[in-house]
Ligand binder design. Structure first.
Ligand SMILES: Cc1cc2nc3c(=O)[nH]c(=O)nc-3n(C[C@H](O)[C@H](O)[C@H](O)COP(=O)(O)OP(=O)(O)OC[C@H]3O[C@@H](n4cnc5c(N)ncnc54)[C@H](O)[C@@H]3O)c2cc1C
Length: 397
């Protein structure tokens, strides 16, 4: 609900009519999955199967897949609009967003056979590519030191090792996995010797993969994975052997921009809610929003969100025109995650005690948006990237 007193603000991306049309269609889908739907899933730790089916059937989840592979052939700017609207409706696009950016690795680095085999089936919803396995418990953000090995034996690779925080693995048919194919001693550079694989998860638990769900603060279906001599056909190598870091990195800018768009949706959700409540909640015979101590933090959150949204828009448009966008993708993610967290905190404060009631949904959304200062990359690592790669200061680690 948006209050009549305040005009519905125009997100930057709504300047294009087709984006506006996409937003309206996504909004219409989200209306049939109200906030209680998401709250119940959060409480039961359930997966939004019906919602994911709906956005797959409507073509939105496969929006980045080219038309010749059965997708909509749209760009990141459209994908951002889709995810932002899901977040803004009170939903949680985390249930499905990986399909958008992981698919990019298959599209860009997959062989013709792999693309023919997987992309049409992903676009139709027959196959779910919802998982991306990079993080390990021992090495964390230091990806180039990861320890999971993939050893070539004949026409298969045998994978052994451990991954952590791998989302949706129990709700996906495929996983894009990063593993070490060259020992740390033999690698020519820090990024050499890692390879990417398309792992078929169907029946995988009978073939040497153990999956253990993590009991976490948010309903993200993240798991620990234990690979024990798990066989992956050599035909499932994605991109060149030992070049997997590049395969993963190519998808990371897209991931950061899409996550930033989700944060913008969260921020706008919080600002809408806070404004409505500030206009309608009467204490001391006046709407609480009449007090500048209540109004100004909401206005500040609004200004910060609009600024962050401009950066998301810029990053997505650079990405879509194949221009370098590393700094913008990182800054968009950092600024948007910061804006959504501050908007959420302000929204909760505006609601007083009711902000903590699960019935008001704010605490759930606040938990969900908090993740994005940590994943897929933490704020410190973004600041480190900007310091070194944009400003030319010495590398700190
Ligand atoms: C719910 C959830 C879902 C996730 N889903 C996935 C997924 O699907 N696939 C996947 O591969 N990963 C996933 N992740 C993992 C996520 O990408 C990592 O948690 C994140 O990259 C941070 O790594 P880490 O947790 O190991 O933190 P660490 O690397 O241990 O860092 C801990 C803290 O130290 C700081 N730090 C570390 N090094 C430095 C430094 N040099 N300078 C300054 N600060 C530093 C970091 O900023 C961070 O705040 C998920 C995580 C969560 C919580």
């Amino acid at each position: 609900m948006v209050s009549a007193a305040r005009p519905y603000f125009e997100p930057v991306m709504q300047t294009d009519q087709h984006l506006q049309d996409i937003r309206e269609s996504v909004k219409a889908i989200c209306e049939s999955f109200g906030e209680d739907y998401w709250r119940k899933l959060d409480e039961s730790r359930g997966y939004p199967t019906e919602f994911v089916k709906e956005i797959t059937d409507s073509g939105f989840l496969g929006c980045l897949i080219p038309e010749n592979y059965g997708g909509a052939g749209l760009g990141l700017i459209e994908a951002c609009a889709i995810l932002e609207e899901i977040s803004r409706s009170g939903g949680h696009p985390g249930a499905a967003h990986a399909q958008m950016y992981v698919m990019g690795s298959v599209l860009k680095h997959g062989s013709d056979e792999q693309k023919e085999k997987y992309l049409p089936a992903i676009a139709s919803g027959e196959l779910r590519l919802q998982s991306f396995g990079v993080t390990e418990p021992g090495t964390g953000t230091d990806t180039t030191s990861l320890q999971t090995t993939a050893t070539k034996v004949g026409d298969t690779y045998r994978v052994s090792g451990q991954k952590v925080w791998i989302s949706r693995v129990q709700h996906s048919d495929l996983l894009v996995l990063l593993a070490r194919t060259k020992s740390m001693q033999d690698r020519a550079s820090k990024t050499d010797g890692l390879s990417c694989f398309i792992v078929d998860l169907r029946g995988a638990e009978k073939r040497g993969l153990t999956i253990r769900p993590i009991d976490a603060m948010i309903n993200h279906h993240a798991c620990e994975l234990f690979f024990d001599n798990f066989e992956v056909p050599a035909a499932n190598l994605l991109g060149a052997e030992h070049n997997g870091f590049k395969v993963v990195m190519d998808g990371m800018n897209a991931e950061r921009i899409l996550i930033a768009a989700e944060c913008i949706g969260d921020a706008r959700y919080f600002i809408d809610k806070a404004t409505d409540y500030a206009n309608t909640r009467v204490v001391f015979d006046r709407p609480i929003g009449q007090n500048q101590g209540v109004a100004f933090p909401i206005a500040t959150a609004y200004a910060q969100t609009e600024a962050a949204s401009l950066m998301v828009d810029k990053a997505a448009r650079l990405f879509d025109t194949d221009k370098p966008c590393g700094p913008e993708a990182n800054m968009a993610k950092m600024l948007a995650a910061d804006a959504s967290w501050k908007a959420g905190d302000t929204c909760l404060q505006t609601h007083g005690g009711f902000g903590l009631s699960r019935e008001y949904h704010i605490e759930r959304k606040l938990r969900e948006t908090r993740l994005y200062q940590i994943a897929p990359i933490s704020t410190n690592l973004i600041l480190s990237y900007i310091s070194e790669h944009v400003l030319g200061m010495p590398r700190s680690f």
